[in-house]
Every structure is written in C-alpha cells, then in structure tokens.
Design a protein around this ligand. Structure first.
Ligand code: ZN
Length: 50
C-alpha cells in the first residue's frame, strides 16, 4: 500500500481553486484564491496529522 494520502476535491471552493464573493443580487464582486487549498482545488488529508 503506497497511498497514505487521500486527495479529495476541496469542499470550500468545489475544486475550482478560488472562491467567488457575490453581492445580494448574485453578481460576482471578486474572486480570491481559496484559503483552504491554496488554489490547488484539492485537499490532502494526511492521517498522520490527526
Ligand atoms: Zn479550495
């Protein structure tokens, strides 16, 4: 077994790598790099750090 790490699509940005901030009318105000996955779109779950 060599797969100790599990990569999954980032839930916060839905795998896009960035998040969009919208105003109340649904228009995109700006896009910023996802703070959880640092723009990679995936999250790595390392069981050793839990
Ligand atoms: Zn993300």
């Amino acid at each position: 077994m060599t797969t100790n790490q599990t990569k999954a699509k980032c839930k916060y940005c839905d795998g896009q790598g960035y998040v969009s901030e919208r105003d109340c009318s649904g228009n995109v105000q700006r896009e910023s790099t996802c703070p959880l996955c640092a723009g990679t779109g995936t999250q790595v779950f390392n069981p050793a750090t839990e």
